[in-house]
Design a binder for this molecule. Structure first.
Ligand code: AP5
Ligand code: MG
Ligand code: ZN
Length: 214
């Protein structure tokens, strides 16, 4: 399965990706995760991306597109992948289309997470991530058993730099301006599937599976 997860910050793309990876056995390609890993390791890419990710602005297209194409050429993507956070601009979507055409492939689904407003800010500001294994929690909606400690590995939980109210608000604006136009773009190709993402995460997951198939 080749699918794109499309939706605003906090919509639940990463949360659903973890469940979809387990179900369909294809890798999650999260450009946000790739940038954060590079920033942590202090790579050249990380140094270039940092000022953008920390302030909630988009990393320039030319830094993103080649990175994703290289990733999609790797062996584990042979049978499909879930793109999480890419494409995020019309230019990126066009470049992805060109790449897919070159490979003789197409997208099976664009899974659009339909949700907006204050609930997104609440999800983002309450998110906590394990610094050792990356597991994701929410202080209210999916709290760990022990505050500040990962259930899975005992690691400390931390907040993403861009999960402040101020930067989250800016990210939502960037989404509206640059990424929301992709809904129109993909509705023309017939690949777009809309899901109400303002529901319990297990309900959202069940609806996606019902649409995509077992
Ligand atoms: P990225 O990491 O992609 O961030 P984002 O789009 O802002 O999305 P999030 O990861 O914040 O939200 P999510 O939808 O994954 O939500 P989650 O499942 O965690 O990008 C970060 C930055 O990198 C960008 O700002 C940009 O600078 C750069 N970048 C990345 N890709 C780029 C690209 N293609 N081009 C240019 N720049 C790029 O859920 C959020 C919280 O809500 C969690 O705590 C979760 O537990 C909770 N939650 C989830 N689902 C539910 C539910 N159903 N009910 C209740 N709580 C829920
Ligand atoms: Mg995410
Ligand atoms: Zn952990």
């Amino acid at each position: 399965m080749r699918a794109v997860l499309l939706g605003p910050p906090g919509a639940g793309k990463g949360t659903q990706a973890v469940k979809l990876v387990e179900k369909y056995g294809v890798p999650q390609i999260s450009t946000g995760d790739i940038f954060r890993a590079n920033i942590k390791e202090g790579t050249e890419l990380g140094k270039k991306a940092q000022e953008y990710t920390n302030s909630g602005r988009l990393v320039p297209d030319e830094l993103v597109v080649e990175l994703v194409k290289d990733r999609l050429m790797q062996d584990d993507c042979k049978n499909g992948y879930l793109l999480d956070g890419f494409p995020r601009t019309i230019f990126q979507a066009e470049e992805l289309d060109k790449f897919l055409a070159e490979q003789g492939q197409k997208l099976d689904a664009v899974i659009n997470f339909d949700i907006e407003g204050e609930v997104l800010i609440e999800r983002l500001t309450g998110r906590r991530l394990c610094k050792d294994c990356g597991a994701s929690y929410h202080i209210k909606f999916s709290p760990p058993k022990k505050e500040g400690v990962c259930d899975r590995c005992g690691g400390a939980l931390e907040q993403r730099k861009d999960d402040t109210r101020e930067t989250a608000t800016d990210r939502l604006k960037v989404y509206e301006e640059s990424t929301a136009p992709l809904i129109g773009y993909y509705s023309k190709t017939g690949a777009l599937k809309n899901f109400d993402a303002d529901q319990d995460k297990d309900v959202v997951f069940a609806e996606i599976v019902a649409e995509i198939g077992e």
